[in-house]
Design a protein around this ligand. Structure first.
Ligand code: TYD
Length: 259
């Protein structure tokens, strides 16, 4: 067990909501922020993790999901593009380096098509069951990659997003911010055995614009977006992440999508 700024939690062990597994004792949580409070806060919540390629969000996604699970929260994990049979087929088209002639509008519509399917097949049912939906990328990715970096206007993207997403907008969008140089180093280290995909092959300037796109979204909607400095080591980033959720819980920021 570790403690970060007064917030105790069981570490990455597979302590589970499954009654056959050992449960985290209630005193693993600071008295002010009991497990039940966090469970109630996270249940039925729609949380997106996003950021530029190489920002380390996948590591944090895994840790946060395990941590929420250890609090007794049922977690549905989804990733974009993909997450459904149809979505995975769309993903293969989107990331195939042979598709270099793909226009940015085609790209945007394919990402949205995958999302529309994911929403109805996985996200909406899980929220209706009161689960925490943890999404690896969402509309925020399209706004940064096809919008700020790709040149499609926010208005055009949002018009299509309203069709794909309807009224199911995330409660929190956590942006892991990292400079392009650090991101490239991480990506190069992480793909020792695999070739870069079509998006990763884009220029440094493109990835710089992606980062700026995310930062702009954080400035435009500070109530919904949580920006985390992801240049630091994974332990520190995770600590900041948990702090952000604890402070939102204490502020009583409820889910917007529970129905
Ligand atoms: P993926 O291998 O899932 O990368 P990561 O682990 O970084 O999420 O590839 C997804 C790629 O697709 C990534 O480069 C970001 C890009 N993307 C967009 O350009 N627009 C979108 O709407 C989404 C969801 C992803």
């Amino acid at each position: 067990m570790r403690m970060i700024r007064g917030w105790y939690f069981a570490n990455d062990s597979k302590t589970s909501a499954d009654p056959t597994m050992p449960q985290p004792p209630n005193d693993t949580i600071h008295p002010e922020t009991k497990t039940e409070s966090m469970r109630a806060f996270l249940g039925g919540r729609f949380v997106v993790f996003d950021g530029p390629d190489g920002c380390g969000k996948s590591t944090q996604f895994r840790r946060f999901s395990d941590w929420a699970h250890a609090q007794g929260v049922v977690v549905t994990e989804v990733r974009e593009p993909g997450g459904t049979d149809i979505g995975e087929q769309i993903r293969a088209i989107l990331l195939d380096p042979r598709n270099s002639v793909m226009t940015v509008k085609c790209e945007m519509l394919l990402y949205m098509a995958s999302r529309a399917q994911l929403l109805e097949e996985r996200i909406r049912p899980a929220l209706e069951r009161g689960e925490l939906v943890l999404a690896d990328r969402f509309v925020s990715s399209t706004l940064a990659y096809q919008g700020t970096a790709g040149g499609i206007t926010t208005d055009d993207i949002m018009r299509v997003a309203r069709i794909a997403v309807g009224d199911l907008w995330p409660d929190e969008i956590v942006i892991f911010d990292v400079d392009t140089e650090t991101a490239w180093k991480r990506m190069a280290a992480g793909r020792a055995n695999s070739a870069p995909d079509r998006m990763e092959l884009k220029s440094n300037e493109f990835h710089d614009r992606v980062r700026q796109g995310y930062l702009q979204q954080c400035r435009d909607d500070p109530a919904r977006y949580v920006a985390i400095d992801a240049r630091q080591d994974p332990e520190t980033v995770f600590a900041r992440l948990i702090e952000a959720f604890v402070s939102r819980m204490k502020a009583g920021i409820g889910p917007r999508v529970r129905r």
